[in-house]
Ligand binder design. Structure first.
Ligand code: PGA
Length: 251
């Protein structure tokens, strides 16, 4: 049985005070929940304060991105050492917005994954196809390229530390969710791919989250699918009540 994870990706939202207020409300609403993992991924500026605010709660902390080097002349970047230093246990890598607006490629995603693992951070690797790719029947080819590129050079032991988030780009922030059937069958394809690259025992252990317009209204149907081991939530994670309802849908 894979343990579910409900992760909130705040993207570029919330000041420090707003972020602290959100996790206080969230911990109040979810403080007796221990049967699944609850994760928040605030902006870099809010990480330290949120880290302090969630001490002693069941909420875990992740960053939304990182650079692969530890330190040096990389203006504007944040290193794995720095996000660990403020209490991050997880880091989102290769979100489609990073790929689309900030030029991330399979190669940079691969470097970031390797670096994250070397700092004992647990990466959440995001993959997903565009609408035109789904409509032209290219989904599996696109996902395969992303998986093979991102995981190049990884051992099964390393792979065990990685969480995958399947986020069809056409469903992100659009209000259009993949149906549970589409999400589940695509995530089965991803799991089978992991089995063929590594082995089926590992593929059965790997957590694959679904992301893209997850809300309280659709969470239960998505989370009850065999191959969906949690959710990566954007918009609805910015509201403590909505996010708590999604968490409850996973119980
Ligand atoms: P959304 O974002 O829930 O707002 O669609 C999901 C994500 O991009 O991780």
């Amino acid at each position: 049985m894979r343990r579910l994870m409900i992760a909130g990706n705040w993207k570029m939202n919330k000041t420090v005070a707003e972020g602290v207020d959100l996790v206080r409300k969230l911990s109040y609403a979810t403080n007796n929940i221990t049967s699944l993992d609850i994760l928040v991924c605030p902006t870099f500026t809010a990480l330290k304060s949120v880290s302090e605010a969630i001490k002693g709660t069941n909420i875990k902390l992740g960053a939304q991105n990182m650079f692969w080097e530890e330190s040096g002349a990389y203006t504007g970047e944040i290193s794995p050492l720095m996000i660990k230093d403020v209490g991050c246990e997880y880091v989102i890598i290769g979100h489609s917005e990073r790929r689309e607006y900030f030029g991330e490629t399979e190669e940079t995603v691969n470097k970031k994954l390797k670096s994250a693992l070397s700092y004992s951070l647990k990466p959440i690797l995001c993959i997903g196809e565009k609408l035109a790719e789904r409509e032209s029947g290219a989904t599996e080819r696109v996902l395969e390229t992303q998986i093979v590129g991102a995981l190049d050079g990884f051992s099964a032991v390393e792979m065990e530390q990685i969480i995958i988030a399947y986020e069809p780009i056409w469903a992100i922030g659009t209000g259009k969710t993949a149906t549970p059937e589409i999400a589940d069958s695509t995530q089965k394809f991803i799991r089978d791919k992991i089995a063929s690259i590594f082995n089926s025992q590992l593929a059965n252990k790997i957590r694959i989250l679904y992301g893209g317009s997850v809300k309280p209204e659709n969470a239960k149907d998505l989370l009850s699918c065999e191959n969906i081991d949690g959710a990566l939530v954007g918009g609805a994670s910015l509201d403590a009540d909505k996010f708590a309802k999604i968490i409850e849908a996973g119980l």
